[in-house]
Design a protein around this ligand. Structure first.
Ligand code: ZN
Length: 623
């Protein structure tokens, strides 16, 4: 016999089931209706979306100016160069950039001016010297200084023989080969850089760049060449009370800064430097008028025209990737593709696709940025295109150039009335001096420029930072869907130097053979997905930022100054210029972190921690 209560429950649940079926049908009808409504709604003009609070707000310029001058850090590092030597010069240039961006106080001194007595002012010495023989006795004194607690790094392989043989023991070199070794790839023996341990990294254009050495047992090798006969690339050795580090890579270009930075952090017990902590993804020419007709490889692989492909395949895949990892795209708008460079400019009224794509991008937490009224870079008649870019015209006058950008801003304001457009990407990364000045003088709404980090043809090349006029320089580091070895290396290095990823893609990439179109969209998308997967495996907590938020993060990074103090069992930091929160990478070579006050630590790689600082005074216990 079924107890009354149970019976009751049974009928009750059946009733519920019926109700839920009926409700389910209603939901389906409702959902279909809502979907239809959404389509109609999205195609409407003057539609609205909710403007969002930015995750990281922009600081105003005056605030910036008051603190930018304060330099809290004392000088701790001596960078020693050699006059008239090309390698030394490149080494000094890169190391100066690295140290200043790590907010490490340093002094640059040429070998002939270097006196051993000066060493007492420093903790660390970086040798950017090709001919160690020039140092004579002073090199031996320097090694004695290291034994007494100093720290010495070779920034690149010096010329073999002579004095290097004399100090080889100190640097842990048991045997020094006669010839230099060609290093074609890098393998992390210890995963001491974020993302380094996940794969090997190939070197583009390898040459005989590294010393062929066999090391003594007491060296700790962090990085070595990939392949059968491993050449040590970065190693550390304790020598008396101090340490030596050898950076045997030999590539002294901007791309490799992150590796030299990582080598530097291995000197001494700890190393702390501010970072940006952000990943941004820009979509070039998006939204913009879609090219009509067929694309060779799109027809081949998908049997559809370009416009249909963009909507049904490219955007869907691009959106899915964003959803999976929390990416928030910044779309750079082009109003039309004319070559008009003279007022008056006609408004583009064909805006359905702008609204369709733009609103989806905004609903996904993304942002709209400025690219151009058309694709003509901001250059006047005096600009020399050096025979390249045949299709580019120069603006007729300053006023015509200004009116073009004004029209674009009005156009964006009409379609996206609640959106603040504040980020500018120069077409083809070209920006003349006049164009750059115009942005800051005539367009106070523009807060940041996202051009390129790595040098390129005629490109407006940037460093992460705030320019004197208050515009935030937020360069893009990598681009496209090919993801070649050079791109991978650049990404790895920037993860370590600035804890940043900044990628740029163009829907047109699928039409352009130089940008990988022949491999087909599926492969192109796979390449980008593979990069993104590497990125978020390497740094699961990296902040996903839009263009403006990246600018806010760079402002906070730019103004931060760090005072470091080590005492037994403790690392104490004093931060100047802290606004709300800041991020720093902390390398701990001896011991492991314990209690932290004033912030929190997350492990990023072997011996490397991301510090989220919330108070101007931080104490990290070292166990
Ligand atoms: Zn473009």
């Amino acid at each position: 016999m079924i107890p009354e209560e149970k019976k009751h429950k049974k009928t009750e649940s059946r009733k519920k089931w019926k109700v839920s079926i009926r409700f389910g049908r209603m939901q389906m009808v409702l959902a279909a209706f809502m979907a239809l409504f959404a389509v109609v709604y999205l195609n409407q003009r003057n539609i609205t979306y909710e403007a969002r609070e930015r995750m990281i707000g922009l600081l105003d310029q005056e605030e910036e100016e008051t603190t930018a001058e304060t330099e809290a850090e004392g000088v701790t590092t001596l960078l020693l160069g050699e006059e008239g030597d090309a390698s030394s010069q490149s080494g000094c240039e890169q190391m100066e950039a690295i140290l200043s961006q790590m907010r490490v106080g340093y002094e640059l001194c040429m070998e002939q001016d270097f006196q051993v007595e000066d060493l007492e002012k420093y903790d660390k010495v970086v040798l950017s010297v090709t001919h160690l023989d020039l140092l004579g006795e002073r090199l031996l004194d320097l090694m004695d200084w290291a034994r007494e607690g100093g720290n010495v790094m070779l920034l690149y392989p010096p010329e073999s023989g002579g004095l290097l043989q004399m100090v080889a023991d100190d640097f842990g070199i048991a045997m020094l080969g006669d010839e230099m070794a060609r290093v074609e790839g890098l393998h992390f023996k210890e995963a001491f850089m974020p993302g380094g341990g996940l794969r090997d990294f190939l070197i583009t254009d390898p040459y005989d760049s590294s010393l062929a050495v066999r090391l003594t047992e007491d060296c700790r090798v962090y990085l070595e060449s990939s392949g059968e006969y491993a050449v040590p690339i970065i190693w550390r050795r304790e020598i008396g009370e101090g340490t030596v580090v050898v950076d045997n890579l030999g590539f002294l270009e901007k791309t490799y800064r992150g590796i030299h930075c990582a080598a530097y952090t291995l000197l001494g017990d700890t190393c702390v430097y501010p970072v940006i902590n952000g990943a941004a993804f820009y979509i070039d020419d998006f939204p913009s008028p879609v090219p009509g007709g067929e694309g060779k490889y799109i027809s081949r692989d998908f049997g559809m025209d370009v416009s249909t492909f963009y909507t049904q395949v490219w955007w869907k895949d691009t959106q899915n990737l964003a959803e999976k990892y929390g990416i928030r795209y910044t779309g750079m708008v082009i109003e039309q593709y004319s070559d008009q460079v003279e007022r008056p400019y006609e408004r583009n009224h064909d805006v359905t696709r702008y609204q369709y794509f733009g609103n989806m991008l905004l609903d996904g937490g993304g942002e709209i940025g400025l690219h151009g009224y058309n694709h003509m870079p901001l250059c006047l008649k005096n600009f020399d295109y050096q025979g390249q870019f045949d299709s580019y015209k120069r603006w007729n006058s300053y006023e015509d150039m200004k009116a073009g950008l004004t029209e674009l801003i009005d156009f964006c304001g009409e379609i996206f009335p609640k959106e603040k457009v504040q980020t500018y990407v120069p077409p083809s990364n070209i920006l003349s001096e006049e164009g750059r000045a115009m942005l800051s003088e005539d367009f106070p709404e523009i807060k940041s420029i996202a051009s390129v980090y790595l040098p390129g043809d005629m490109a407006y090349e940037q460093e992460f930072g705030v320019a004197e006029d208050g515009i935030v320089e937020t360069p893009r580091v990598i681009a496209g869907y090919i993801m070649d070895d050079y791109t991978r290396m650049a990404a790895l290095c920037e993860m370590n130097l600035h804890f940043v990823s900044s990628h740029f893609q163009h829907p047109d990439d699928v039409l352009d053979e130089d940008r990988g179109a022949a491999m087909g969209w599926e492969k192109m998308h796979e390449n980008l997905s593979d990069y993104v997967d590497w990125l978020y495996t390497a740094a699961p907590n990296i902040r996903n930022l839009t263009g403006t938020e990246m600018a806010g993060a760079v402002q906070r990074y730019d103004r931060l100054r760090v005072e470091r103090e080590e005492s037994p069992g403790h690392l104490n930091l004093k931060l100047d210029g802290l606004v709300d929160e800041a991020y720093l990478l902390v390398r701990i070579n001896t011991g492991t972190p314990g209690k932290v006050s004033g912030g929190s630590l997350t492990k990023q790689a072997e011996g490397l921690y991301l510090l989220k600082a919330e108070k101007p005074e931080i104490d990290i216990e070292i166990k």
